[in-house]
Design a protein around this ligand. Structure first.
Ligand code: NI
Length: 256
């Protein structure tokens, strides 16, 4: 098995009691690559620390829209410096969250735009978080354009129409646990129709737990349930699906 969980938050306090065991369970389940996602300066640093401890874990650095209002002056310089670390593969997660609105929207927009510009300057792909902000997100992406190194729409939650436009812009689409929910009609459609070379899978651990563990803490080992559902809707074997998505993830994040 070749399985790449392209989005997890392994430094979350949900794992403080059993982090190493949880990571071992991932390995035993066949997960042989994980991108561990930063969401502010502290978690970005912690993400690098974990990536230094485990050879199969890589890191991203970035300021999540929830934390945009708390971004200290000089944060861009700090991110740029952290991004020089050989295991930092992207700037993220960055974007807009108009569902929880934990930072004022104009601040979310500015911090997102500044980090997109930084990613282009550094030649790193971006990991985008977009929750209930599809209209404005697409407006920004049409105007700003993705850098040549690309990016991924993490935990994709939009329509197939929006997906098509993102694919034209050269985005990857990453699908998480909610695709296993019986009422996830649109997400299953996107999972079925996304071109083979643009699809990624992720857990967003400890969130977005797939069936049959829905309601419990998520962890990377559970990604096989998400993979099984996507393989089913695409009419392919689970092993072939995880292999295909792992190759896509390595290409995007430039992991040899
Ligand atoms: Ni996340």
């Amino acid at each position: 098995m070749n399985v790449f969980d392209t989005h997890a938050h392994l430094n979350d306090k949900a794992y403080d009691q059993d982090r190493d065991e949880m990571i071992q369970r991932a390995r035993q389940a066949g997960v042989n690559l994980i991108v561990n996602i930063g969401f502010d300066l502290t978690s970005s640093r912690e993400s690098i620390d974990l990536a230094e401890k485990y050879d199969f874990i890589y890191a991203t650095v970035g300021i999540h829209p929830h934390d945009a209002a708390g971004a200290e002056p000089g944060y861009l310089e700090e991110l740029a410096e952290m991004a020089q670390h050989p295991k930092v593969v992207a700037i993220g997660e960055i974007g807009l969250d108009y569902y929880r609105d934990l930072s004022p929207r104009p601040v979310q927009r500015q911090v997102f735009l500044d980090q997109m510009a930084l990613a282009k300057k550094l030649g790193k792909p971006i990991v985008i978080h977009d929750r209930d902000a599809h209209g404005e997100m697409m407006e920004i992406l049409r105007k700003e354009k993705l850098g040549p190194v690309g990016g991924v729409m993490h935990c994709y939650s939009g329509s197939w129409e929006m997906a098509k436009e993102l694919l034209v812009m050269d985005f990857y689409l990453s699908i998480a646990g909610p695709v296993t929910f019986p009422n996830a009609r649109i997400l299953k459609e996107v999972a079925a129709k996304t071109p083979a070379d643009r699809l990624l899978i992720e857990t967003d651990s400890p969130y977005l737990t797939p069936i049959p563990y829905r309601g419990k803490r998520n962890e990377p080992a559970h990604i096989l349930h998400t993979a099984a559902e996507i393989a089913k809707v695409r009419g392919m074997k689970k092993e072939a699906l995880t292999q295909m998505c792992a190759e896509n993830g390595r290409r995007l994040f430039q992991i040899p």
